[in-house]
Design a protein around this ligand. Sequence first.
Ligand code: HPA
Ligand code: ZN
Length: 335
Amino acid sequence: MSLDAYIAGLPKAELHLHIEGSLEPELMFELAQRNGVAIPFDSVEAVRAAYDFSNLQDFLDIYYAGANVLLTRRDFEDLAFAYFRRAAADNVRHAEIFFDPQTHTDRGVPFGVVAEGLIAGMDRAKAELGVTSGLILSFLRHLSEAEAFATLEMARPYLHHFVGVGLDSSEVGHPPSKFQRVFAAARELGLKLCAHAGEEGPPAYVHEALDLLHIDRMDHGNRSMEDEALVERLVAEQMTLTVCPLSNLKLCVVKDLKDHPVPEMLRRGLHVTLNSDDPAYFGGYVNENYRQLAAAVGLTREQVTQMARNSFEGSFMSEAEKAARVAEVEAYAAS
Ligand code: HPA
Ligand SMILES: [Zn+2]
């Protein structure tokens, strides 16, 4: 069996996926029409042509504008179910997905419309596709601490639907320390904690995410590789890193996939997982991330299997559930 075919059939979890970043241009047009929202493009091809970014902020500007077509509960359900259907085709068996409530509440869309729509899509994914999932409420770090607290307050009626909180958007200039108290409050509520760190920001931000936010999982983490002691610490703490190769390429975090740090991360014993981040914008769902990275850096079947194992072990499922899912990976690898 070719490595590509092996990747296609490998059971895996996706742990770093922004649901708003799975909005394909076709659905963007459909929702724009359904809701009577104007978009600054006249064709699906024109939208795709605009997806040429030189850094994170370039992308975020377009990503937040794209989200304007999402208005109703049904829009959020359709968005989520479209992602799960596509992920299921990649043999994603479990996904922990981020959503950015502030992107919607700041436009006047009620928190409940967003949350209930996404939860309906997740319920359908479990019933119709057998894909399980968890929802992670992500704070926009370019906004204030007070706004993050207000968002956490809005989330209260839905808390039992969330597995954790996250921290995303413009990294440089918005260090984890800004959200130390919000994260402490989220932990008090029983939520797991994730944060984007070391995507564009320096290793000092990764240290802050560990020391001040006390994260359970790290999103990206690429720039940790610049700090030897930090790498050793992440290995010792068995911290899961949700790495996103095609995102890194599209946002110029790496110049070429051949330069991607994943092989070195694996060699050092870091708990790396591969993920698609914003697949509608970065040109590939999770299997495409595995395939293109494997082709560029020459991953072995063992390395690919290890990252699938890591994806279940690094999830927020129960220990029993994780063990059952890892056993499916082992059975596939042995078959
Ligand atoms: O890759 C990302 N980084 C930061 N914020 C984001 N919001 C969506 N995707 C990203
Ligand atoms: Zn991300």
